[in-house]
Design a protein around this ligand. Structure first.
Ligand SMILES: NC(=O)c1ccc[n+]([C@@H]2O[C@H](COP(=O)([O-])OP(=O)(O)OC[C@H]3O[C@@H](n4cnc5c(N)ncnc54)[C@H](O)[C@@H]3O)[C@@H](O)[C@H]2O)c1
Length: 391
């Protein structure tokens, strides 16, 4: 079992998530006794939709001092700076890096921008939390990780699905052999597609890095790194109307079916798309379907709700064949907490279950799925990550 500063990784996750829950509920006194020695001076780049979910967590975290915001649409940075009482805001990364000093960059920009912004930040000596993806290719992502390691900096990427108590519950059932010989898994995530920004539909965007990324992280986290990928991807809606650019051509997949070989005979399937009718829209808390199911020779498990906002796990086994629901307590887990949790790591030396190697493995799966679809053949994968995630 891994330990860090006397805490098991799981204990730390729980402590962190409970702290996050306290942060989210404003109950800072709940862990005043553990008040950290210092707050991590943090800059946030990208002040669009997802910043509305990150900034409340970052500004309430006792491990974070948000010193600056940045957006190439400067009115967005100004508006969020006023709303969250952040002292500095800048119109581009050059001005941000030359401005108020900080040590940790949270990158919430367009998916296509992450690679070069993350590189600029690492070159400037900043630790980085990046929304997905960390880079546009495995090779570029590996170079970023190398750069971070050379400079003794940390690099992390969303999503944080492996931090949820439901993920831990599922991982433990698998490790305990409750499902017998694991055979197959299915996961799906889709909605009608974001309507605010074009980048989701342009090259380097697509439903896989935006949506399938969650399921791919969860399934590789549960079943182990994938050895090879076979996929079909397509464009169902070739033209869309979006808030920032009006009518646009869709040039990246908005529909994807991905098959993964995890070794030892285990095969999983992930599907994602921007053309899925979804009565709950972006509200994860109302989704009660099984969005991940795993079956083996002696049992079945279904994750209730989305893996980024899970509500519980249904389990049936040969010994107890009636489906029963477990792990219904979020224990403070919430999907936009990743950057605040990473800041806690920087402040305290603790570790997350989220690793850059896992994020890069998922990135390789996504690029390999596109290659598989284009070439009509199975693609072998090179990357891997430390597994099991939960020990
Ligand atoms: N919106 C969500 O609910 C959500 C949820 C989870 C993850 N994400 C991820 O978060 C990221 C951002 O998504 P979003 O929905 O907030 O998009 P968005 O279009 O609403 O916001 C992106 C912001 O980044 C700014 N930006 C782009 N390039 C920049 C640059 N070079 N320098 C500074 N600012 C720049 C844009 O002007 C824009 O304000 C994406 O990776 C997305 O996949 C979004």
């Amino acid at each position: 079992m891994n330990t860090t500063s006397g805490l098991t990784r799981r204990d730390f996750t729980k402590t962190t998530l409970l702290a996050g829950a306290a942060v989210a509920s404003g109950a800072l006194t709940a862990f005043a006794a553990d008040a950290p020695a210092r707050r991590i001076r943090t800059g946030v780049i990208g002040c669009g939709s997802v910043s509305n979910a990150y900034l409340p967590n970052l500004t309430k975290s006792p491990f974070v001092e948000v010193v600056s915001l940045c957006d190439i649409k400067p009115e967005r940075a100004k508006r969020q700076a006023e709303r969250f009482k952040i002292p500095h805001h800048y119109p581009n990364i050059d001005a941000m890096l030359a401005g108020a000093p900080f040590e940790f960059l949270v990158d919430l920009t367009d998916m296509q921008q992450h690679e070069h912004i993350n590189r600029r930040a690492l070159e400037a000596g900043k630790h980085v939390w990046s929304e997905k993806p960390i880079a546009n290719s495995l090779a570029a992502g590996r170079k970023l990780l190398q750069l971070a390691q050379q400079k003794n900096l940390r690099l992390w990427g969303a999503p944080i699905t492996v931090q949820s108590p439901q993920f831990a519950f599922m991982a433990k059932q698998l490790a305990a052999g409750k499902l017998g010989r694991v055979a197959a898994a299915h996961a799906d995530y889709g909605h009608e597609g974001p309507n605010w920004s074009a980048f989701f539909y342009e090259k380097g965007g697509g439903s896989m890095p935006d949506l399938a990324v969650y399921n791919l992280t969860s399934l590789t986290g549960l079943l182990g790194p994938a050895k090879s990928v076979t996929a079909m991807v397509s464009i169902v809606t070739p033209e869309r109307t979006v808030g920032d650019k009006g009518k646009i051509k869709v040039t990246e997949e908005d529909n994807a079916m991905v098959l993964l070989d995890h070794g030892q005979g285990i095969i999983s399937h992930v599907q994602s798309g921007f053309n899925y009718f979804n009565p709950h829209g972006h509200d994860g808390s109302k989704e009660t379907r099984h969005t991940i199911s795993i079956v083996g020779s002696k049992g079945f498990m279904g994750l209730v709700g989305y893996d980024w906002a899970p509500l519980g796990v249904d389990l049936a086994t040969k010994d107890a064949p009636e489906i029963k629901r477990y792990a219904t307590d979020p224990e403070g887990y919430s999907w936009p907490l990743g950057a605040a949790m990473a800041a806690e790591c920087l402040a305290t030396g603790k570790e997350l279950l989220v690793t850059p190697e896992h994020a890069l493995h998922v990135l390789e799966i996504i690029t390999a799925a596109r290659e598989s679809s284009a070439k009509g053949r199975r693609i072998q994968l090179q990357s891997t990550f430390k597994w099991p995630v939960v020990s």
